[in-house]
Design a protein around this ligand. Structure first.
Ligand SMILES: Nc1nc2c(ncn2[C@@H]2O[C@H](COP(=O)(O)OP(=O)(O)O)[C@@H](O)[C@H]2O)c(=O)[nH]1
Ligand SMILES: [Mg+2]
Length: 263
């Protein structure tokens, strides 16, 4: 993990954003508006990853956003891989930017944190900027007490197993060097992908910094994470630690799934 202090950057990186959406409308609009308003010089590309069951109301908002920002906003309907992780994995090869921000449409991933993440990435000494709901001063909002305790125990256990001082290894709100997202043979397609997408790069030497963020329970729509997914977090966490690092790498670019090319 990269240690502070870091140099305030003179040049900020170009960033593409992947937003996954199912049943969000005004939350999705607010996510996109906040990202573009607060990062006009850095965010040039937004891909909204949707599922076959994404609602008509959500699709209507996407159509509005695409006509309001035709050069920036596009969408991709996932065809091969199901789940939130699958949507991200299908969108990654379609991106053109050298840095990729993964964020949700439900405002649980606070879009106001993106500017600080981009600034942190601009220092040039890390490959991933993760966000943490646990760092001092961060807030968990109205997280349920049981989930809070389980989450803390999980973070404690896996930060020790991976020998890192990271405080939030499961929150899928992160900024990546694009090449980090296409180097590995991903296995997860559900929400556990967000954990895999941190521990796999860590095993292969990626440098990760954390910035604090504020988590707030969604006001619209519902979670799409099945309870059985928790078991997959343990399974991927243990198996990724046990496997040799080189077996985690992608063998070769798969067909059209090339790495994003910096513009
Ligand atoms: N495209 C797509 N988006 C998804 C899928 N599952 C969840 N999402 C979106 O991914 C984001 C995070 O998912 P959510 O269910 O809120 O996860 P939670 O915050 O861990 O409960 C939300 O914006 C969802 O709408 C999926 O299968 N496909
Ligand atoms: Mg959510």
């Amino acid at each position: 993990m990269a240690e502070t202090p870091w140099q305030k950057p003179r040049h900020l990186p170009d960033v593409g954003v992947i937003i996954t959406a199912i049943d969000e409308t005004w939350s999705l609009r607010e996510t996109v508006d906040t990202l573009l308003r607060e990062n006009p010089d850095t965010i040039h590309e937004i891909m909204i990853g949707i599922a076959p069951h994404t609602t008509q109301a959500c699709r209507a908002v996407i159509a509005e956003l695409e006509s309001a920002h035709p050069a920036i906003v596009r969408h991709h309907e996932q065809m091969e891989l199901c789940g939130a992780g699958g949507a991200n994995r299908e969108c990654i090869p379609l991106m053109r930017s050298p840095w990729i921000l993964l964020i949700a449409a439900d405002l649980e991933t606070h879009p106001g944190t993106a500017a600080e993440m981009i600034e942190r990435a601009g220092a040039g000494d890390v490959d991933i900027v993760a966000t943490s709901r646990w760092l001092g001063g961060s807030r968990f909002g109205d997280y349920s007490p049981l989930k809070w305790i389980c989450n803390w125990l999980f973070q404690w256990m896996f930060s020790r197993l991976y020998r890192v001082t990271l405080t939030d290894m499961t929150f899928g709100f992160r900024l990546y060097r694009a090449r980090e997202l296409c180097r590995y043979a991903w296995r997860e397609t559900g929400h556990a992908f967000f954990f895999e997408a941190l521990i796999t790069p860590l095993r292969c030497g990626a440098r990760v910094a954390e910035v604090r963020t504020h988590w707030r329970k969604r006001r619209e729509g519902t979670t799409h994470m099945p309870a059985t997914e928790y078991l997959r977090y343990f399974r991927i966490g243990l198996s990724t630690r046990a496997r040799p690092a080189r077996s985690l790498m992608a063998a070769a670019p798969e067909g059209s799934r090339r790495c994003p090319r910096p513009r």
